[in-house]
Each structure stands twice: as C-alpha cells, then as structure tokens.
Design a protein around this ligand. Structure first.
Ligand code: 5GW
Ligand code: MN
Length: 303
C-alpha cells in the first residue's frame, strides 16, 4: 500500500528498488534456453521476458531520469559520435527525460542533433591523453567527477557507453536498475576458464575466477552506485600505475573486479550490445545496440 502511494506521488526519495521493482513480472520461463538469473538471483534481461509498456509506464510515473555519458576523444568524434547520438534518439529510453553528457577534446566539432522534447545534450571538455589506454581509463575519473558536480542533482540513473556502437532496436527502461552490468557478446557462452580477467597478482584488477565476463562498453545504475563503481575503478587504475603495472584489459579489468566484489543487481544479455561479426545465434532474438565496425589503421595510429 505504502509503495503504491509513494509511486503515485512520484516521491523522489523513495528507494528505486521499491518504486520500480516490476521484476516479479519477469517471465523467466519464456527464455528457458539461456541463463536468465544469476546465482545471487539478479535477473539477466532477454527479449521476451518483460512487458516493455509496463516498465515504461512505471518509470514515467516514478519520474525516472537518465544521464547517458559518452566519450568522443580525437578521431572517435568524427568516426562515431553522430551515428551514436542520432540512433540513441530513435531507441534509447524513449519517453523518459534523457541528457547526453558528451566528453570530448573537440567541443566545437560535436554535431548538431535534433533532440526530442525533454532530452538534451551537454558537452564537457576533457583533455586528450596521448596513450589510448589512458583515454579509455580516464573515463572512470571523469564520470565520477561529473556525477559529483552535476548529474546527481538532476538524474536518478547514469548509463555509461562506448561511442563506437549504434542503437538499432529498443534500449528501454527495462534495462534500468540499481546496478547494471552487461554480458560481453564474445564470452557469454564460454566457460569461466576462458574469461580474460587480469591474472597479474600485482594488479588491483587481479582475480582468479569470477561470475561472468562483463563488457565495459555499457554499465549503469543509480547515480550513487555508478559513482562508487567509477571511484573504485579509478583507485585501482591509479594504484596500478604507482606499482608500474597495467591491467590486461585496462578499465574493463577493473570493472570486472568491481562487479565480482559488488554483485550487480541486474544483468543485460548480449542482445543489448551485439557484435554482428559473431554471426547469427538463435539466442539473440533482437539486437538493440551493435558494435560499429572498426578501422584500426585510422583510429589507432601507432598502437
Ligand atoms: C583510441 C584508440 C584506441 C583505443 C581507444 C581509443 C579511443 C577511445 C579514442 O581515441 N577516443 C575515444 O573517445 N575513446 C573512447 O573510449 C570511446 O568512447 C570508445 O568507445 C571508448 C573505448 O575505446 P574502444 O571503443 O576503442 O575500446 P574497445 O574495447 O571497444 O575496442
Ligand atoms: Mn568500444
């Protein structure tokens, strides 16, 4: 009863888990052939398990809002940003208030995109690190600072994306949760011993085993949880640097360590970030976001 009342009032202080938990409506039986619940009972979201309209209504009613962070530094701006943003306008959290936080060293080159009502775009300047590993890793620090200085005042959720991808299907409010991780398209079917965790005991990201291999191209959740994640990963990256080591897959290794210690409350299936070069798989009933093709010769000179 209490929950219903708070929901109708849209009380911004109600815990998200109370206000938005429609997960008792998830139909796990509709996807029997894929793993759709973790050992700690977090749902793994696959097409067919959820009623999209019900999630949308509840989040609208509860006044959910989403900040999407994306980095487009150096050549990645021209190569990917326009497609990323225009496709997000077609598919990402339609109906909810969304602000894109674009971090770039080239603010004047950010394309002019027509945005739907209640959606906006904010450009934040960042410096361009010369090593690409540093461009990737510095995102954690920048995300934490942006949450602290402004995102936390205006948004319930933060979702952080790689820019080298394109939305091609609904990426909706069913993906929102307290702490959200994505199953990596290349690893969701592989046994644990194939996961490419950091195996150097000198790194903060070191782990002998884990639950899943998560892809750092998407993570999100309530702003407080995303800030804790970003801070922890940044601390790990900084400590490694002091010790003269670098984790195998950079920020992704630290992200995997964080989610091993702090279990995510919601997992997204690879339908939410698919690599078409894998080919067709019967598991993948829809694609919502796909990897852009890479031209490494032009994008990673000298790497
Ligand atoms: C450039 C060369 C090698 C690796 C990364 C970059 C790079 C990444 C860059 O020059 N500019 C940039 O903005 N990035 C950001 O970091 C993009 O948001 C990009 O999506 C993200 C992660 O780098 P990716 O996408 O190249 O990493 P993978 O693991 O998807 O290959
Ligand atoms: Mn990427």
């Amino acid at each position: 009863m209490m929950n219903t009342v708070w929901t109708l009032l849209g009380n911004p202080f109600a815990a998200a888990t109370q206000t938005f938990n429609l997960d008792h409506t998830l139909n796990f039986g509709s996807r029997m052939l894929v793993e759709n619940r973790t050992s700690w009972k977090a749902p793994i979201i696959w097409e067919g398990m959820f009623d999209p309209d019900m999630y949308d209504r509840r989040h609208l009613q509860g006044q959910s809002s989403v900040a999407l962070t994306v980095f487009a530094v150096g050549r990645y701006l021209d190569a990917y940003l326009k497609t990323f943003l225009t496709s997000a306008e077609q598919h990402f959290m339609l109906g909810l208030p969304v602000t894109y936080y674009v971090f770039t060293d080239l603010p004047e080159k950010v394309p002019n995109i027509t945005l739907a009502p209640r959606r906006s775009l904010k450009v934040m300047r960042v410096e361009k690190h010369s090593r690409w590993q540093d461009i990737s890793m510095m995102r954690m620090k920048t995300i934490s600072e942006a949450i602290q200085s402004e995102i936390r005042h205006g948004f319930r959720y933060v979702f952080c994306f790689d820019v080298d991808q394109e939305f091609v299907g609904r990426f909706g409010s069913e993906a929102l949760g307290d702490s959200v991780a994505l199953l990596h398209a290349h690893f969701y079917k592989l046994p644990k011993n194939r996961f490419t965790y950091d195996k150097n005991p000198k790194s903060e990201a070191f782990m002998e085993t884990g639950d899943f291999y998560y892809h750092a191209a998407i993570f999100g959740g309530l702003w407080g949880n995303v800030k804790r994640l970003a801070d922890a990963c940044h601390r790990g990256i900084a400590a490694d640097r002091l010790n003269g080591v670098e984790a195998l897959w950079h920020d992704e290794s630290h992200l995997n360590k964080y989610f091993w210690v702090h279990k995510p409350s919601r997992l997204l299936s690879p339908e939410y970030c698919w690599d078409r070069s894998i080919g067709d798989r019967s598991d993948i009933r829809v694609t919502r976001l796909v990897w852009a093709t890479k031209d490494y010769n032009n994008l990673r000179p000298g790497s």
